[in-house]
Write a protein that binds this ligand. Sequence first.
Ligand SMILES: Nc1ncnc2c1ncn2[C@@H]1O[C@H](COP(=O)(O)OP(=O)(O)OP(=O)(O)O)[C@@H](O)[C@H]1O
Ligand SMILES: [Mg+2]
Length: 256
Amino acid sequence: MNASPLLEVKDLSVEVGGHDVLKSISLDIPTGELHVLMGANGSGKSTLGLALAGHPQFHVTAGSATLGGKDLLALPPEKRAQAGLFLSFQAPPEIPGVRNAVFVRTALNAVREARGETPLDGFDFLKSARGQSAELGLPKAMLNRPVNDGFSGGERKRNELLQLALLKPRLAILDEIDSGLDVDGVRAVTKLVANLRSQGMSFLIISHYLQMIEALEPDAVHRLDEGRIAEQGGLALAERIAETGYAREAPATAEA
Ligand SMILES: Nc1ncnc2c1ncn2[C@@H]1O[C@H](COP(=O)(O)OP(=O)(O)OP(=O)(O)O)[C@@H](O)[C@H]1O
Ligand SMILES: [Mg+2]
């Protein structure tokens, strides 16, 4: 049995656009656990997800990050995905000219190959993608359109969920997956996450939305403040934040 956590982030510092956004973050997620990351706007939550996923603009200046013992930081983004990491974007980008079904099938077959599974042909893929789309309330037509091109905000989020459901990563980081989703969409998130979690998948959920956080029954809640983990706790921490907000006392210095 492997006692070390699935995701192990140690003293991670990240620079983006000339700013030191994350300052020595440490965070562990054991296999099968669901952790929530909260924090004021601009505190660095998306930066953590993007740095772990390997976005080229986010430069790790110190620290380490491993997934299942593998050094994530040594891998290009696609190898991180093949190692079992999935990030759903806060603002999912459009990829004009690339058909959604082709994009998702390519990503899926790359991770299947890395897991030693046979690739899915177009027919089997579409069957499973259509089934999942129906489950997630994503119109089937979205599979034939270019990735996120002209998708509504909620459709983009459901399309991220479709990828999650099909790719079945080891760790999924969902960055404000609830934003833009209607009530049925949020229900689809909690149902899908509970289902995948029961299969042993781990999650880092970034959210401001207490009702969804409560429904997800997290194992731990972390509060990020100005690039550092300021507090860790359980659901009570999320409930306190929802009640009192993030407002801090006036800073000691007047520095910008
Ligand atoms: N490409 C970039 N260039 C310059 N600064 C950036 C860049 N990306 C992010 N930042 C800055 O890094 C800080 C953290 O941003 P980040 O997106 O991680 O915040 P967040 O906690 O996800 O906020 P939100 O709740 O609004 O999504 C912000 O001050 C932001 O302006
Ligand atoms: Mg963000």
